[in-house]
Design a protein around this ligand. Structure first.
Ligand code: PLP
Length: 393
């Protein structure tokens, strides 16, 4: 057992998350811990809520970071909105939609599945048909950006269909927030959760959530108590609610919240539009480099996430061996395929701070070297030259 102080190796994080954390965020987290009910801290919390409203593009008063990773934000949405016997339509086109189904079942609800192939976006026509067949549906749940496949669904259209059928929406934006547009108010999303470790480039372990008035009304009208004491928003809001009077619920992760505050300041300084265009531009450069290596992307162009590139593993290549060499020889982390896509794709993230031209160049040149060493025919230097030309143009 190693009981020495832990100094992590230097890595470049280009997997599905966590992404490289901004140095400013790491510095903010090392500031002295103060009490979570200290008036100075409470002032910071108010700023944090308004920065989160900016990130989500919402005026929702109930916009807070849940103390726990993206999965805790997901559970917060489901346990507060789904009661025993409720019918929820869950759209699944990858791993994370399956987790939504599991949440519905654990809340005692009935999950009606709308299934799409992994790598494709959710099909709005199928959702429409399902809601017509199930007019007693309470909520529609879907993943905006499927990290397991790299596909983005049309959240505005799906939410519009849900609203036409008088259903609430529960939306996963863990991988989209900060990387591609998430417009909670404009799109009419009701309950939304995200994560800090992807395009916000903050440490893992917090989950921003936002609930609109419609969702808050549903919580107020519950017939049964929320089965999770920790995630019961009527209790949590005693701490995060408006006004100077805050009641103790649980000890907030003080230093992590400093980190999120700083990450959101960085996002606001850059501006959402600029952050979205940066992610799109770096993705295009990476795509050109990957294609020059003879590799192809899983997802059709219209639905591709710029921050998560699922790359088909060429026949005869040992995908795990490639990832291991990238990590050991280049300190570069990329992700493996999950679920149905295990062994079939690599997942290359270009998220937040890690979405930059230097990382694109590094990743393509490291892949070129490793693929050549595994025997795949590569014309040395060609892919790197393509990336360099794209960056220079
Ligand atoms: C789309 C999506 N939803 C939910 C989660 C769960 O987040 P966490 O691992 O922070 O609990 C992830 C994590 O990768 C994700 O990509």
């Amino acid at each position: 057992m190693d009981t020495q102080p832990f100094h992590p190796p230097k890595r470049v994080l280009m997997g599905p998350g966590p992404s490289d954390v901004y140095p400013r965020v790491l510095e903010a987290m090392s500031r002295p811990t103060i009490g979570h009910l200290d008036p100075a801290f409470v002032g910071m919390m108010d700023g944090l809520k308004s920065l989160l409203q900016y990130a989500f593009q919402t005026r929702n008063a109930l916009t807070i970071p849940v103390s726990g990773p993206g999965s805790a934000g997901m559970e917060t949405c489901f346990v507060n909105l789904v009661e025993p016997g409720d019918k929820v339509v869950v759209c699944q086109n990858g791993v994370f939609g399956g987790r939504m189904r599991e949440n519905v079942l654990r809340c005692g609800g009935e999950a009606i599945m709308v299934e799409d192939p992994w790598g494709a976006p959710v099909d709005p026509a199928k959702l429409k048909e399902t809601l017509v067949a199930h007019p007693d549906t309470k909520a529609v749940a879907f993943v905006h950006a499927e990290t397991s496949t790299g596909a983005q669904s049309d959240a505005a259209t799906l939410a519009g269909i849900a609203r036409e059928h008088d259903c609430l929406t529960i939306v996963d934006t863990v991988t989209s927030l900060g990387g591609t547009p998430v417009k909670v108010d404009e799109w009419g999303l009701d309950a939304v959760y995200s994560g800090t470790q992807k395009c916000l480039s903050c440490m893992p372990g917090l989950s921003p959530v936002t609930f609109n008035e419609r969702a808050v009304e549903v919580i107020r009208g519950r017939k049964t108590p929320v089965q999770s004491w920790f995630m019961d928003l009527s209790l949590v809001m005693g701490y995060w609610g408006a006004g100077a009077k805050r009641a103790y619920h649980h000890t907030a992760p003080v230093n992590s919240l400093y980190g999120l505050h700083e990450a959101l300041l960085i996002l606001r300084e850059e501006g959402l539009d600029n952050a979205w265009s940066r992610h799109a531009a770096n993705h295009q450069t990476l795509r050109q480099g990957l294609e020059a290596l003879g590799l192809s992307l899983l997802v059709d162009e219209e639905a591709r996430l710029p921050q998560l590139n699922a790359v088909r593993v060429p026949d005869g290549v040992d995908e795990a061996a490639v990832r291991t060499r990238l990590l050991q020889e280049f300190g570069l982390e990329i992700g493996a395929g999950l679920g149905d896509l295990a062994g079939k794709v690599w997942r290359i993230g270009l998220m937040g701070y890690a979405s930059n031209p230097g990382n694109v160049l590094y990743c393509v040149s490291a892949l070129e070297a490793v693929l050549e060493a595994t025997g795949l025919p590569a014309r040395r230097g060609e892919a790197v030259a393509v990336v360099e030309a794209a960056l220079a143009s």
